[in-house]
Design a protein around this ligand. Structure first.
Ligand SMILES: [Ca+2]
Length: 326
């Protein structure tokens, strides 16, 4: 009987029947880079395709544009009601230097006008997780581990009588993170998402009670997207296109931006086996944020399978998805 059920699950997508959508909390630093915009577009496209269900969008970056930016993108994709959470500490605070976030906030509607209007990140995690079936939520981080470290340390509250660690263990299916790297020496790297809050990264990688899948720096580095998007004249009035147009111009970039964050979203929803292989690794995180491979098999870590240009095609096609008319 078990084999029969597995067969049906396997056949569903082939027969055109939808599989159950993956429930997701997305945690992003959306601001210092714009692959987060691509990742948000990808996630909304996958929800429109019936593959994902976005439960909450949460910023680990206190910079003033992050909440309104999430509101712009959720609203553009006709989901203004998705809850938005923001880290309420003063750090991390990483600015949007190419000014793409300021541009889309100026030009597009966003019911959430400032970070001060958003819920505190850990409270939103606890509220969201406690309302979901056991082992059902995929957490995707495409920024720093600040919120997740605070979540693990959180105490029982009005949403749940469980500690943060217990709540995550009960409700979360897996954590998928764009984080860490193998580096040119084949064993260590300084990777932005880890370096910015190394203490949080160390705590989460040591204590998180579910399987962890990592898309490391060298995976998304080779996957370039955005130049086809900004040349697509069928796409009009899109904050996704405008963010990439402004940012690529500011960067003098004509080939496309690396797709670190989109790779994490893609494998979190579709699984990695169509696009990547994986190896088992373990890392320790030094005080200065360097991640170093050490013996052990604690995490699954993506490795290349199909050519990066083919992954880029899949990702950029999804980034060019537009919401239907309302
Ligand atoms: Ca990011």
């Amino acid at each position: 009987m078990k084999n029969f059920c597995l067969l049906i699950l396997w056949l569903c997508p082939l027969l055109g029947f939808p599989q159950r959508a993956t429930s997701v909390i997305l945690d992003t630093d959306i601001g210092p880079d714009y692959d987060d915009v691509g990742a948000m577009a990808l996630l909304h496209a996958l929800e429109d395709l019936g593959e994902a269900k976005i439960l909450a969008t949460i910023s680990c970056n206190a910079f003033e544009t992050t909440g309104p930016t999430l509101s712009v993108l959720n609203t553009y994709f006709h989901r203004p009601e998705i809850p938005i959470g923001i880290v309420k500490s003063t750090v991390p605070n990483e600015a949007c230097k190419q000014l793409w976030a300021q541009a889309i906030i100026r030009d597009y509607p966003h019911p959430l006008k400032s970070n001060a209007e958003a819920m505190e990140a850990v409270s939103l995690y606890r509220k969201t997780l406690s309302s979901q079936p056991d082992k059902s939520v995929t957490v995707i981080t495409i920024g720093f581990f600040t919120n997740l470290a605070n979540l693990l340390s959180s105490k029982p509250d009005e949403f749940s009588s469980l500690t943060g660690n217990e709540l995550v263990g009960k409700k979360v299916k897996q954590l998928v993170s764009m984080a860490a790297g193998i580096g040119k020496d084949g064993k260590s790297a300084y990777e932005f998402n880890v370096v910015i809050d190394a203490g949080a990264a160390r705590k989460v990688l040591a204590e998180w009670p579910t399987p962890i899948l990592l898309s490391g720096f060298e995976i998304g580095e080779k996957v370039l997207t955005g130049s086809r998007l900004i040349k697509n004249e069928k796409i009009k009035q899109s904050p996704v296109k405008d963010a990439y147009r402004v940012a690529l111009k500011a960067d003098n970039n004509t080939v496309g931006r690396n797709s670190w964050d989109q790779t994490a979203v893609l494998v979190a929803i579709r699984g990695y086996s169509l696009y990547f292989n994986s190896r088992k690794v373990n890392f320790e995180i030094n005080a200065d944020g360097r991640n170093v491979l050490i013996p052990g098999e604690n995490f699954a870590y993506l490795t290349e399978k199909i050519p990066p240009v083919e992954v880029a095609k899949v990702i950029e096609d999804l980034m060019m998805h537009q919401p239907g008319k309302k």
